[in-house]
Write a protein of this length. Structure first.
Ligand code: B12
Ligand code: SF4
Length: 461
């Protein structure tokens, strides 16, 4: 008989010991969405959030893992399982609820986690037995115990006194759950990794500050390095490619400096979300390059100072954009730049200004999205009377949500399409990528060329 003991034992609570024969079984599901976005088709990123959940849960439960995005089939019959648990963002919430209803009809306990159930507890509760608010790590022991005691509560959320657990208690995530799938070839070669959690910058359109508040936690850099070495060992080579899933890896610059220093010489390539203000120091991009950085994901959001003010993005100073781009490009690091359209401060001229900025500054991988008030944010409450889109499937930042003050729907969509086609036209790809050797960033541009050619106003409705 195997017995498993929770690794961090508190002085007062006895460890949860589950005899092998009594172990219950979970089915963990990453449901698909219907978004036309490229991130959700072709090669997709391994779902780190659900893998972290699986890694924890396996201490006390048997776990099966299904990722619908890579065409793993969700079973019709859930009789093998005691618990059906799913992760949800807004864009797949409807699919999540449909599976949840089926599982509950078969008498299974349904547990939901992820951004959407966290932001929409009341709505999600109608479809499940328990919602996990924020991250599982901070409430896991209580949840596991309650399942075995037959006393599942509707909501698991750390108390204000307990707060979020330090990230140092988070162990190494096991990828074997995902790799077991016969469809695992559909996963991107980039392996997900997490070094920090949270971002207190407080942009009004973002869910992160609504979940984690002002908290910003980091893992010890040697734990991150240990995990990287483990991945290198698993893959059997040093030259692996990583994608940090952090909201903003640089919020504590001293930590980012320490981590990047520790990564120098490891032979890995990586990308990460990073704050613009951190990149004002040229030494940051220089160090990131030495540490193997291939691309930085930067939320420019807008080239208009009024819009930056409107979205409360205190970390961006438009007057510094060009300098920052130069600092990054000087090191040969590519930029994935996020640009959002549709705020009330936007006008038809905003599209031209953004086009000029992108082409002149040769942003390699611009991503264009539509301002989307996500349910649960105060901005959603503010915009609710104007929102015309009520289908959660369409909350993928690529659907028309409300009429911006500065232009009507048709003009907005016409300009939005025109900008994307122009930026990804062959001559402009050539201009933006000149001097860059053939690599995956070129391939992304070619794919984006074809993607943008297919766009019509109906794509966004
Ligand atoms: C990295 C990231 C991405 C990566 C995702 C890679 C991947 N395989 O997941 C990429 C770049 C591909 C991406 C794409 C998009 N993203 Co994104 N992304 C993030 C980001 C910054 C971090 C997510 C993450 O992996 N964090 C690390 C993991 C470990 O933490 P976690 O997700 O919170 O998971 C924990 C808990 O949620 C909980 N949990 C999660 N699931 C479950 C399930 C159960 C059963 C339980 C018990 C617990 C549990 O426990 C987990 C472990 O601690 C978040 C912001 C955020 N903090 O959520 C935005 C975020 C999720 N993205 C967002 C958006 C809008 C998008 C895009 C639409 C953007 C676009 N136009 O491209 C697409 C949609 C893609 C898709 N199909 O979902 C929004 C979603 C808003 C919403 N309400 O749905 C967020 C919240 C950012 C924001 N604007 O507020 N994203
Ligand atoms: S800087 Fe990025 S992660 Fe931080 S609040 Fe703003 S959008 Fe969210």
């Amino acid at each position: 008989m195997t017995e498993l003991i929770t690794p961090e034992l508190s002085e007062t609570t006895p460890p949860l010991l589950i005899p092998q024969a009594q172990r219950k079984r979970w089915l963990l599901i990453q449901p698909k969405s219907s978004t036309p976005l490229m991130v959700d088709s072709g090669k997709v990123s391994m779902p780190l959030n659900l893998l972290m959940v699986a890694t924890l849960v396996q201490q006390h439960f048997d776990v099966d893992f299904v990722d619908e995005r890579i065409d793993d089939a969700v079973p019709e019959d859930f009789s093998r399982y005691d618990v059906v648990a799913m992760t949800s963002r807004t864009l797949n919430a409807r699919r999540v609820y449909a599976i949840a209803a089926r599982a509950r009809a078969q008498g299974k306990q349904v547990i939901l986690g992820g951004v959407h159930p966290t932001m929409m507890i009341e709505e999600a509760s109608q479809y499940c037995d328990a919602v996990v608010f924020g991250e599982l790590e901070s409430v896991y022991e209580e949840l596991a115990r309650d399942i075995y005691d037959g006393d599942l509560k509707p909501l698991y959320r750390p108390s204000a006194e307990a707060g979020w657990k330090p990230m140092s208690t988070m162990g190494r995530t096991e990828f074997s759950f995902a790799r077991r799938s016969p469809n695992s070839k559909r996963y991107s070669f980039r392996l997900p990794l997490l070094a920090t959690k949270g971002c207190p910058v407080g942009c009004n359109f973002c869910c992160t500050p609504r979940i984690y508040g002002k908290s910003f936690r980091v893992r010890e850099s040697d734990r991150v390095i240990d995990e990287i070495k483990h991945r290198q060992h698993e893959v059997g080579k040093a030259n692996i490619h990583l994608s940090f899933m952090d909201d903003n890896i640089s919020f504590k610059p001293a930590f980012a400096d320490e981590l990047f220093h520790a990564m120098v010489g490891m032979g890995v390539g990586w990308n990460a979300n990073i704050s613009m203000n951190f990149l004002e120091r040229p030494a940051v991009a220089e160090l990131a390059k030495k540490a193997g950085c291939e691309m930085l994901n930067v939320g420019f959001e807008s080239v208009s100072p009024e819009t930056i003010k409107y979205v409360h993005k205190g970390s961006n100073r438009v007057s510094n954009y060009e300098e920052i781009v130069k600092n990054v490009h000087k090191q040969g690091i590519a930029l994935q730049g996020y640009f959002i359209f549709g705020f009330d401060t936007d006008t038809a001229a905003s599209f031209q200004h953004t086009y000029d900025f992108i082409v002149q500054n040769r942003i390699e991988f611009p991503v264009f999205t539509i301002a989307t008030p996500f349910p649960g944010t105060p901005w959603y409450e503010e915009m609710r009377p104007r929102v015309v889109q009520h289908d959660w499937d369409k909350y993928d930042t690529f659907h028309y949500m409300y009429e911006p003050a500065g232009m009507g729907r048709d003009e907005f969509l016409r300009n939005f399409i025109k900008l994307q086609r122009a930026v990804y036209s062959w001559p402009n790809i050539w201009k933006r990528m000149a001097g860059r050797r053939p690599d995956w960033v070129w391939l992304v541009n070619i794919a984006m060329h074809h993607f943008t050619q297919r766009l019509t106003p109906e794509t966004f409705l």
